[in-house]
Design a protein around this ligand. Structure first.
Ligand code: FE2
Length: 252
């Protein structure tokens, strides 16, 4: 048994795990703020599991979506403090910060024109990255206007899981036009193993080959996502993306 284990390791001596990423930039692990973690216990258990996989820092990004998830920066920060206390009590050695996943809607467009605080995750050299998502089926009319407004506020726009949007899956030209605006792409790790379907996997692969992926995220809502991560780490595409050296996660 032991010999078999050693032989298998010899075949793949340099397989990369989650550890080189160091930081996850997208997850729904603040309890009861969206359709992710339901309570503190679930949050603590999933965060401990992600720590065991190799993450040292997690950016928790609850949805902000008018009418569905009306989360404010104040409310998100309050929840973050409570969760931190629980993690400390249980001696789970992981850093957690909060940002948000803004949904492109009229509320977000208005917020971008206001002086209201917006939640971002920041690099060591103080670049501020703003994570946002869009509807899945059709290109939102205000997509390019939104990107302009984010940049005008001094933030770097980061599109959450571009590989999952149907309107990008069928239009590579639009993918490139978007990229040329200065937007960065955050791909979900589990897309590499086809968890979100073949179309998502294919676009993730395309973005990987084109070296257009800046961030990887777990987009973790539930335990199933963590179990999938363990399988996805072995996928050739995940290994290729990590080796390409373009990923910025470990600078956050
Ligand atoms: Fe998400």
């Amino acid at each position: 048994m032991r010999l078999t284990f050693l032989r298998n390791r010899e075949k793949r001596p340099d397989k990369l795990t989650i550890a080189p990423l160091r930081v996850d930039v997208h997850s729904h692990l603040l309890p009861a703020l969206d359709e992710g973690s339901k309570n503190i216990e679930e949050s603590v258990s999933m965060i401990a599991a992600l720590r065991n996989l190799g993450f040292q820092k997690l950016i928790l990004t609850p949805h902000i979506m008018a009418g569905f998830y009306p989360n404010s920066p104040h409310k998100i920060k309050q929840h973050l403090l409570v969760l931190r206390e629980h993690l400390e009590d249980q001696h789970i050695d992981v850093e957690i910060e909060a940002a948000a996943e803004y949904y492109l809607d009229a509320f977000f467009l208005k917020e971008l024109l206001s002086k209201n605080e917006l939640l971002t995750f920041n690099s060591e050299d103080d670049k501020k990255y703003l994570l946002f998502e869009t509807q899945h089926l059709h290109e939102p009319k205000q997509l390019f206007e939104t990107i302009k407004r984010i940049i005008r506020r001094g933030y770097i726009p980061v599109l959450a899981h571009p590989e999952r949007y149907n309107y990008l899956q069928r239009d590579r030209l639009l993918v490139h036009q978007l990229y040329e605006t200065g937007i960065l792409f955050q791909v979900n790790i589990n897309s590499f193993s086809g968890y979100y379907g073949n179309e998502s996997r294919e676009l993730a692969e395309y973005l990987s080959v084109a070296q257009m992926i800046s961030f990887l995220g777990t987009d973790c809502h539930k335990e199933e996502h963590i179990e999938m991560l363990q399988k996805t780490m072995d996928s050739p595409m995940y290994q290729t993306v990590l080796r390409a050296g373009e990923i910025l996660n470990n600078r956050i």
